[in-house]
Design a protein around this ligand. Sequence first.
Ligand code: RIB
Ligand code: CA
Length: 318
Amino acid sequence: MMLRPAILDCDTGIDDALAIMLAVRSKELRLLGVTTTSGNVSLDLVCRNTAYVLELVGAGGRVPVIPGASKPLMRAAHHETHVHGDDGLGGAYDGDGSEAAGIDAGVARAADFIVEQVLAAPGEVTLIFTGPLTNLAHALMKCPDLPRHVRELVFMGGAVRTGGNVTPSAEYNMYADPEAAKLVFHSGMRMTMVGLDVTNPTLLTPEHIGRLRGNPAGEFVYRCTKAYLERAEELNSGYGDGFSMHDPLTVGIAIDRTLARTGSYYVDIETRSELNDGRTVCDFLGKWGKEPNMDVCLEVDSDRFLEHFVRTIGELSS
Ligand code: RIB
Ligand code: CA
């Protein structure tokens, strides 16, 4: 089977790390590179964590890490260390700091990389975003024609029928840079939203993790999710006992769309509200009379995805 070329853009925290592992091991994707953005933690930590995970799964040096935005388009950075830990990996980072030695986080090249790779293979590159959409907004400002040449954007973000996770109405990736998201939403790019509606109930449980242990990759999954699982009730907004697979599910849906039931709707995002900044508003009833701008994931086969994840990472561990 022809591998589909893809770029993964991350703000490598815990679930981004698991998403990177899945994308590297995927039999369907050819990972052109991982672009990084400030988000869960600062850009330099995101670059280090991304390089660390790529090395862990044997892709260090083969899959490039391309540094991007060190802050949102207009707002101050809002990190989530209370969820992802000071190291961004749930306290599981045990490297020597050299993993990102060749990566200059001071020179943002992610937007250029995205434009170059997409224009080099028109209609072929899938963009998978698991953090704030800042790098894509910069790419669109550099190349307004980009949407015509992107195969598809699949992004983790937003919530259309459930509440937020960083405020009562906003999901983190959207809340962190709503101006970037608005620019992307209005770009005309073909896109699929993987929001909290389908990621909240997709939980990697201690049973799943137990099936992965006994080798470096599986041990990392155990170590980086351990502290989160001890606080699952608090962090999962009552969705149950497990680790929320926000970003790995996004990779999963980019690989296999049949995992999710979607609907095409017009979605916009709030950028000027004291209470609702970052809220994604889905026009289910067509009240605004606007053409749909994205496919929204409404339901997901969480069990089938989780089995795919465990099987794929399990193979990786062999
Ligand atoms: O709301 C969940 C999202 O925000 C995930 O991508 C997580 O990594 C954080 O970036
Ligand atoms: Ca993320």
